[in-house]
Design a binder for this molecule. Sequence first.
Ligand SMILES: [Zn+2]
Length: 112
Amino acid sequence: MPIGNVIPGTRVGSAPERHQPAPCRTVTYWCRNDHHTPIRLAAEVEVPEVWDCPRCGLPAGQDAQNPPGRVRPEPYKTHLAYVKERRTAEEGEAILAEALAALRRRRGRPAG
Ligand SMILES: [Zn+2]
């Protein structure tokens, strides 16, 4: 096995890159854990309001003093939500009762 048979200057796959670098801007996002993350965005890309912090996963915003997620209490269930839930449950019971009745009919037993 020959040693030292390497020809300098011949590297496969080292084609020169000719594309122009796209114009970029750096936007820094802060999360509520005081992580700041500089994000490089192409100039034509719309800057997103919120960026997920890569360190803790919380939403991060561009305002260091007021990161998102700090003052967002859990939404309370509205009355409508309760009504909807109850209605769904009632519908479910009705379907269940119907199915049971059908089952009983099929078995030839009186309901109840
Ligand atoms: Zn974070």
